[in-house]
Design a protein around this ligand. Structure first.
Ligand SMILES: [Zn+2]
Length: 138
């Protein structure tokens, strides 16, 4: 039993083809709150939610947070020649520090709207700083 993170009513585990399943394609079982149009996928092969149920504004905010944050650790993979998992962990450790959270609390999947906005701010500021420090092109 899982509750909707928006309205705190009961969420339902739905599979492709069941009424209320949010996609035409199969993304595995999903926890859905139909009235809120909020949902969340599961860890592969389980019924454990990946994070909190997200409605449309939060889904958008999470996408924006990932778009700002993921390139930072992906760049580290190339630059420091480390594996994806290690680079992502290092990225989240850095993000935790920036946000004043513990590492355990720091997952974009668990963030609310304000926290997602903070991620975008932090990552955008970092990029701006780096551009400012970079030597000018000849
Ligand atoms: Zn709801």
């Amino acid at each position: 039993m899982k509750r909707c993170d928006e309205c705190h009513d009961e969420a339902h585990l739905l599979r492709l083809g069941q009424p209320g399943y949010p996609y035409q394609r199969d993304y595995g079982p999903m926890w859905v709150c139909v009235p809120c149009q909020a949902w969340c996928g599961c860890h592969p092969g389980t019924e454990n939610a990946l994070g909190r149920l997200a409605d449309a504004p939060l889904r958008k905010a999470k996408q924006a947070a990932h778009a700002a944050f993921d390139p930072l650790w992906q760049r580290k993979m190339v630059r420091d020649k480390v594996k994806q998992g290690q680079a992502r962990r290092a990225g989240y450790a850095w993000l935790a520090q920036q946000m004043g959270l513990t590492k355990k609390e720091t997952h974009i999947g668990y963030f609310d709207l304000d926290q997602c906005k903070r991620v975008v701010e932090i990552c955008t500021n970092l990029k701006r700083k780096e551009v400012g420090q970079a030597p000018k092109a000849p």
